[in-house]
Write a protein that binds this ligand. Structure first.
Ligand code: GLU
Length: 379
């Protein structure tokens, strides 16, 4: 209830009615009502919705059981359009704009694409839309797939610096053993550290519908808590699953050690080998200490080979490293725009890039070699 930005992941088994192979409308409408309540409270909502393949395979009359890769890609093409339509119909009834975003693994693992996807999601949220995200299953082949939406949702939570990720699934949470086989099995309500014991419980869980079992949920929890995001696994099969969660339904919470902003800065500061270095003037160094972004005007030199999204060191004219950050331009472009005003970027490069060389959200100040945790925020 206190989270500012919440990512909600809905599994195929909840969204698609097993008997008819169609969207489970009554249930979806109850979830949409929950989402609207979050928004009325001022919380931002991001949806990660599965169900494209499940919806499409019925429409195409594909046989039950495992599909060939091309068949699941074809099913996704048919199902995604239906999935997006269902969300649009439900949310736009309440005048909430829905935005479809299809991601592939590379959008979170390749840094340049990561920055692009992140900027788009941020913009959609600032404009008040609800991003409805799925994997781009139609083009994603084995090597470039997340494969399950649990980990995709965790990457989305990391990318958007969400405070809370809700995995709605067909189980209540993490059990100490398989409750179908062991009468002593009990629900683990809180996890403060993902120990080998917790991992083992995840592997032992009963198999379920959908691609993501408990093991992928634990993997998602690892990503989320490292990014400073709370994660909760809860049953989604009842109507109003979020309201139930708020009123004490059984579930498993995973707790992060830091806030999203601090975790992100630690991650940037902890880069083992920055790809290059940028030297800045004294005025820019002062601006950075005050929590501001690094503008091209304050840059006096760029060294090394780097691409947009790579981590670079930020040096004073004396050569002291004072910060690290994800740079918004390649080394070649950085050299061309350094010392110039942001308003001149488009004329120099021929395209309109970001105003900042390194945005303050992507910048970690180093205090005697460590990140100043907690500094900064979203703009
Ligand atoms: N992206 C898949 C779909 O929409 C679902 C993956 C999953 O179930 O985790 O059909």
């Amino acid at each position: 209830m206190r989270a500012r930005r919440v990512v909600i992941k809905v599994g195929s088994a909840l969204l698609v009615d097993g008997a008819s192979g169609r969207v489970n409308r009554a249930w979806l409408a109850s979830l949409a009502a929950d989402l609207l309540r979050l928004r009325r409270r001022g919380q931002q909502v991001v949806l990660v919705s599965s169900g494209a393949i499940a919806l499409g395979r019925r429409r195409l009359d594909l046989p039950a059981g495992a599909l060939r890769l091309e068949e699941s890609q074809a099913a996704a093409a048919v199902g995604q359009i239906r999935l997006a339509h269902a969300w649009k119909e439900l949310l736009e009834e309440a005048d909430v704009t829905v935005a479809q975003v299809l991601l592939t693994l590379e959008d979170s693992e390749r840094r340049r694409r990561y920055l692009n996807a992140r900027a788009t999601l941020e913009t959609l949220l600032q404009l008040g839309a609800v991003p409805v995200i799925n994997e781009n299953d139609t083009v994603a082949t084995a090597e470039i797939r997340y494969g399950d939406n649990d980990r995709l949702a965790a990457r989305v939570a990391q990318m958007t610096q969400a405070d809370c990720l809700v995995l709605l699934s067909d189980v209540d949470g993490l059990y100490s053993a398989d409750p179908n086989r062991d009468s002593r099995a009990h629900l683990i309500e809180q996890v403060h550290e993902i120990t080998p014991e917790i991992e083992a419980m995840g592997r032992g869980a009963a198999s379920q519908v959908g691609t993501g079992g408990m093991a992928t949920k634990i993997a998602a929890a690892r990503i989320a808590v490292a990014a400073g995001c709370h994660l909760v696994i809860a049953a989604g099969r009842h109507e109003h699953p979020l309201r139930r969660l708020e009123t004490g339904a059984p579930c498993t919470w995973f707790y992060p050690a830091a806030t999203p902003a601090a975790a992100r800065k630690q991650w940037i500061a902890g880069t083992l080998r920055p790809a290059g270095a940028i030297t800045i003037d004294a005025g820019a160094a002062r601006a950075l200490q005050q929590g501001r972004s690094l503008l091209p005007a304050g840059v006096t030199a760029a060294r090394g080979r780097f691409e947009r999204g790579d981590t670079v060191s930020v040096l004073t004219t004396e050569g002291t490293e004072i910060a690290r950050g994800l740079v918004a331009y390649s080394d070649v472009d950085a050299a061309r725009i350094m010392g110039r005003k942001s308003s001149e970027i488009a004329a120099i490069l021929g395209f309109r890039g970001r105003d900042e060389m390194i945005h303050r959200d992507d910048l970690a100040l180093l205090v005697a070699g460590t990140a100043r945790a907690g500094a900064g925020g979203r703009s």
